[in-house]
Design a protein around this ligand. Structure first.
Ligand SMILES: C[S@@+](CC[C@H](N)C(=O)[O-])C[C@H]1O[C@@H](n2cnc3c(N)ncnc32)[C@H](O)[C@@H]1O
Length: 252
């Protein structure tokens, strides 16, 4: 998918807060072998390196656009590789992923498979958005179902594969994990107006739609803006954003 680092970073402060909440769940130990799945532009991966003394960190991302920016953050303890987070190989002390696993399907199968890649005593720590019922998502899905977009998109819709918090907890229990910690948090963002909400989703949820819309992208965004203004007329606009954070450890 053609990720746009500039668009994604328009809300850098709001988007980095959950990263630091996730980092706070990580057990700090020296010399860990770490992977950051869906590392994006690498700024936040660098904070992970800084927080873990002597760690050896690999950032994996499928997007050449995002990795193009990440290269500037490489160091002797941080390398970046292009790859698919669902095809993780090797064994790790820490599997970390902030706002990326929601782009891969079938978490019932994926999460236990990632867990198997942990070394004894290793930890998995993940954050995924769980905001898919917000009005902004309803509006772009409804619009994608209207002409001319429906035909251009060939009926494409993407639904988040994110599970409920109790389902993630159960998956880890069934894996035999320890220190299972799963919770959902609302990030109470306040944005300038409804156009800013369209800007926000343009950096993430709309990426696979934009990829397919070609020359119809501008018209699609225009329709979303009109509908979003009607749905969220206040300025500033309250944009409560739900996210699930989970962590578990493999017994020694
Ligand atoms: C919302 S960004 C998050 C980036 C970074 N973790 C952060 O917190 O800023 C999602 C990232 O996941 C990457 N991604 C999506 N699907 C992927 C896959 N199957 N394998 C690897 N990376 C993927 C995208 O390229 C993008 O960089």
């Amino acid at each position: 998918m053609p990720w746009d680092p500039k668009q994604y970073h328009k809300f850098q402060t709001e988007r980095s807060t959950p990263f630091f909440d996730l980092l706070a769940l990580v057990g700090i130990r020296p010399n860990l072998k770490v992977v950051d799945l869906g590392c994006g532009t690498g700024e936040l991966t660098r904070h992970l390196v800084d927080a873990l003394p002597g760690s050896d960190v690999t950032g994996i991302d499928s997007s050449s656009q995002m990795l193009g920016k990440a290269a500037a953050h490489a160091s002797p303890r941080l390398r970046f590789e292009q790859g698919d987070q669902t095809h993780l190989t090797g064994e790790w002390d820490l599997i970390f992923s902030n706002a990326a696993l929601q782009w891969s399907e079938d978490h019932e199968e994926l999460i236990p498979r990632l867990y198997q890649k942990l070394l004894p005593g290793g930890q998995i720590a993940v954050q995924v958005p769980s905001n898919h019922n917000h009005i902004s998502h309803q509006i772009y899905r409804e619009t994608a179902n209207e002409e001319p977009f429906k035909t251009v998109l060939k009926d494409f819709q993407r639904y988040a594969p994110v599970l409920s918090i109790d389902q993630y907890a159960r998956l880890f229990f069934e894996c035999g994990a320890e220190e299972i910690n799963v919770f959902e948090k609302v990030y109470a963002h306040v944005l300038e107006d409804s156009d800013a909400v369209v800007e926000w989703i343009s950096g993430t949820a709309l990426v696979p739609y934009f990829e397919r819309l070609g020359e119809h992208k501008a018209k699609f965004v225009e329709v979303l803006r009109v509908k979003m203004r009607r749905a969220l007329p206040a300025s500033p606009v309250f944009y409560p954003f739900c996210r699930i954070l989970f962590s578990a450890r493999k017994p020694k």
